[in-house]
Write a protein that binds this ligand. Structure first.
Ligand code: ZN
Length: 257
């Protein structure tokens, strides 16, 4: 399984930066988990192939480029973009984003081939088949209803926590997967901002240290979703924990699991 965290911002020279304002993870160039930066930084091949977008939750850094992704492809789509989300998330998207005031309600529009967007609702905890992947949603502990996913292809699986504070079910499910190769886990803020992390339901490195102890298999753990303004502090604090198996996921790099 090829996994790529797309770049979510640019540096002062106009190049892709490791700082991560927005989140999109692309699997095998065909399925996107979240659409924070999908429209802004996907490759031409990804734009041509990705018609399935699976959402962890509706916070802006996870959906910001969804309207543009559909907009860019509007005239050329020969099949709709399928947005996989819980009913609650779909209602939020329709009410707060695709409401004509913020952006067009694409679900009411068609091109010459038919519908341009289609919502596919899943229930929290459900396993869905998306392209060649089996994706199990797992409710996590965030400020809004949010899911992590265990994503399985033929011979391997990976987990993505999405945004979450302390959580157990995700790790329990990870422990039940013998083919689990990697867990992508968030760590948004540095330790000195634990009050804000608690209020917004995110992790800091000290909490991450407790969370990763819950993993009982040998999967590699990759940290994502570091708030861009505190990236160096968070990286430094995670490094000083000396946790084996824990790395920072490199933005833009293609990992093969
Ligand atoms: Zn969030």
């Amino acid at each position: 399984m090829r996994v790529q965290l797309l770049p979510g911002t640019i540096d002062e020279d106009g190049r892709a930066s490791a700082r991560q304002h927005l989140l999109s993870v692309v699997i095998d160039d065909r399925v996107a988990i979240d659409a924070g930066c999908l429209a802004f930084s996907c490759s031409a091949k990804q734009r041509e192939q990705i018609r399935d977008i699976v959402l962890t939750h509706t916070h802006l850094d996870h959906i910001a480029s969804l309207p543009m992704y559909i907009d860019d492809l509007f005239a050329t789509l020969t099949e709709p973009i399928r947005v996989h989300a819980t009913r609650e998330m779909i209602d939020i998207l329709e009410r707060d984003i695709f409401n004509w005031a913020i952006y067009p309600r694409f679900s009411e529009l068609s091109n010459s081939h038919g519908k341009v967007v289609e919502y596919h609702a899943f229930a929290a905890g459900e396993t869905i088949n998306v392209e060649h992947l089996s994706i199990q949603s797992i409710p996590v502990n965030h400020k809004v209803a949010a899911n992590g996913f265990i994503i399985a292809a033929d011979d391997s699986s990976i987990a993505i926590t999405g945004d979450t504070a302390e959580t157990d079910e995700m790790w329990l499910e990870c422990n039940s997967r013998e083919d689990l190769k990697a867990v992508l886990v968030e760590c948004a803020f540095p330790n000195e901002m634990s009050d804000l992390a608690e209020a917004s339901h995110h992790l800091v490195p000290q909490m991450l240290a407790t969370e990763v102890q819950k993993l009982r298999n040998n999967a590699r753990i990759f940290v994502i979703n570091l708030k861009p303004m505190y990236r160096e502090r968070v990286v430094e604090q995670i490094g000083s924990l000396g946790l084996p198996n824990v790395e920072i996921l490199e933005v833009g790099r293609i990992y093969d699991f």
